[in-house]
Ligand binder design. Structure first.
Ligand code: GCU
Length: 423
C-alpha cells in the first residue's frame, strides 16, 4: 500500500472509530506491560552458540550473529559496504528562521551495483550556537520540500502528491498530528540541534511495483527469498547520510541521532543496529518489524504487514506468518543491537496497531544487554513514567498514531539528557 493509501486508511479508521465509539481501535494501552516476556531470552544460547557472558562476548560474537540472522530472516541482505560522497552543495538561505540558522542542500551519491543512487539532504545548521553540533538525521514521508518548507528547497521527486496542497492534506495533519510532515524546526534549532532532512523514497520508493527494481539495483544476494526490502534500504540510506555528515567538521560525530516515525521508525532502528556511528535513536511508533515483538498477539500481525507491504522485508519473512515462534530472533534483539547507545521508543495510548505493550516487553527483553555494558537500560516502572536519563526511554502520550508537539518535546528532552546539549 502506498503512503496515500495508508493516510486514507488511517483517516477512514479514525472516522469509523469516532462513529462507532468504543470500538477496538479506541482501546488504550494499559500502563503495565502484560503478556509474555520477550523470547528467546537475550543472553541465552542461540543457533548453537553458547550463552553470552559479558559485553565483549556480546560485541564480538552475539551481535554479529544477530546481524546475520536479522538479514537472513527479516530485512534481507545488505549490499557490500560503500561510502557516499557530496556531489553538489548549495546554500538555500544564510539566515533562515529569523536569522537563527543556515539552510543548505546537499546532493549525495552512493554507489550501487548498477552505478549509483543520488538523493538530496537538506541541512539546517543553527548559527548562534557554538559547534561542533549534535545533529538529527530525520527521515520524512512527504519529501524534503515539506520537511523543510522554505523557498529554494528542491521538491523531492517521488514524494506523494497528497502532501502537496491536496484537499486531504489538512485532514491528514489533523489526524496524524501537526508534525507529521514538518518537525518543530524553530524549536529544534533553538535547542541547539542541527537537522538533516532525507526523503527515503529517493533511495527506494515506497510502492511495491517501483520498489522492486530500485531494490534489485543493489544486487544484495542471489537468493531471492533473502533479497533486501525497503526498510533495510532506507536504513542503508541513513548510513549514507552519516558518511557525508562525518566529513563536515561543524557536526559532533559522537552526537549523531536518527529519527523516524512508523515505517521510518523501523528503518531508524535498523540503521542504528547495523551502524555504530549512529549515537542516538528516536524511533516513534515503529510497531511490527520495528520495536514491537513479532511474537506479540496484539497490533499488526506478521501476516498483515507482509501482505500489505511485501516490498518492506525479505520475502522469507512472510513465510513465518502464523508460526512466528519458529523465528530464531525477535525484535528485542534488534533493540539490543543498539546497546549501549541510547534509544527512545515513542508510543501513544490509542495507537494499538503499533502495539505499545509489545514494544515495552521488547525493551524489557533488551535491557540485560545494556546492563552488560554497565548501563541502566530500561529504567522506568511502567509504560508512562519516562526516564530521560535511561538508555531506553519509553514515551507514551494520549492519542493515536501520528507526530505532535508532545512527541517532539519528549524527543528533545531525551536528546538534551543524553547529549548534555539543551539551550
Ligand atoms: C501502516 C503499517 C505500519 C506502519 C504504518 C506507517 O499502518 O501497517 O506497519 O508503521 O503504516 O508507516 O505509518
Amino acid at each position: 500500500m502506498t503512503i496515500e493509501g495508508v493516510l486514507i486508511k488511517t483517516a477512514a479508521m479514525a472516522i469509523a472509530a469516532v462513529a462507532l465509539g468504543g470500538c477496538v481501535w479506541l482501546k488504550t494501552a494499559p500502563e503495565e506491560a502484560n503478556g509474555e516476556a520477550a523470547s528467546p531470552p537475550i543472553l541465552a544460547p542461540l543457533n548453537g552458540a553458547p550463552d553470552v557472558v559479558d559485553a565483549e562476548d556480546w560485541r564480538e560474537r552475539r551481535a554479529p550473529l544477530l546481524r546475520e540472522l536479522f538479514q537472513s530472516y527479516v530485512y534481507g541482505y545488505f549490499p557490500p559496504p560503500s561510502k557516499a560522497s557530496i556531489i553538489d552543495q548549495r546554500v538555500v538561505s544564510e539566515n533562515a528562521f529569523n536569522g537563527a540558522a543556515r539552510v543548505e542542500e546537499l546532493m549525495v551519491k552512493a554507489p550501487n551495483a548498477e552505478g549509483e543512487v543520488q538523493f538530496g539532504v537538506v541541512l539546517i545548521t543553527p548559527t548562534n550556537v557554538p559547534g561542533p553540533l549534535p545533529v538529527i538525521i530525520a527521515q520524512n514521508f512527504c519529501g524534503n520540500h515539506n520537511a523543510v518548507p522554505l523557498n529554494g528547497v528542491t521538491r523531492s521527486k517521488n514524494a506523494p502528491g497528497m502532501c502537496d496542497g491536496s484537499w486531504a492534506e489538512p485532514i491528514i495533519i489533523r489526524i496524524l498530528g501537526e508534525h507529521i510532515q514538518t518537525a518543530p524546526l524553530e524549536k529544534i534549532i533553538e535547542r541547539g540541534y542541527a537537522y538533516a532532512a532525507v526523503y527515503p523514497g529517493d533511495i527506494v520508493p515506497d510502492k511495491d511495483e517501483t520498489a522492486q527494481s530500485a531494490l534489485a539495483a543493489f544486487h544484495t544476494t542471489q537468493d531471492k527469498m533473502k533479497r533486501w526490502g525497503a526498510i533495510g534500504a532506507w536504513a542503508w540510506g541513513v548510513s549514507r547520510v552519516v558518511d557525508v555528515l562525518e566529513t563536515l567538521d561543524r557536526f559532533d560525530a559522537d552526537k549523531i541521532a536518527v529519527y523516524g516515525h512508523s515505517r521510518l521508525g523501523k528503518s531508524a532502528l535498523v540503521a542504528a543496529a547495523y551502524d555504530e556511528r549512529i549515537d542516538i535513536v528516536l524511533a516513534h511508533q515503529s510497531g511490527t518489524g520495528g520495536a514491537t515483538l513479532t511474537r506479540s498477539k496484539a497490533g499488526e500481525s506478521l501476516k498483515q504487514i507482509t501482505t500489505s507491504y511485501p516490498h518492506w522485508f525479505a520475502p522469507i519473512y512472510a513465510a513465518y506468518a502464523g508460526r512466528e515462534g519458529d523465528l530464531p530472533i525477535d525484535q528485542h534483539m534488534l533493540i539490543a543491537l543498539i546497546a549501549p547507545r541510547p534509544v527512545l521508543l515513542g508510543n501513544a495510548r490509542r495507537d494499538v496497531w503499533s502495539d505499545p505493550v509489545g514494544a515495552f516487553r521488547a525493551a524489557e527483553g533488551a535491557d540485560p544487554v545494556y546492563e552488560l555494558f554497565g548501563g541502566n537500560g530500561l529504567d522506568q516502572p511502567n509504560l508512562v513514567d519516562i526516564n530521560y536519563d535511561a538508555d531506553i526511554a519509553f514515551h507514551m502520550r494520549p492519542g493515536g498514531h501520528g507526530v505532535n508537539g508532545a512527541d517532539w518535546e519528549a524527543f528533545l528532552s531525551f536528546l538534551d539528557a543524553q547529549t548534555d546539549t539543551g539551550n
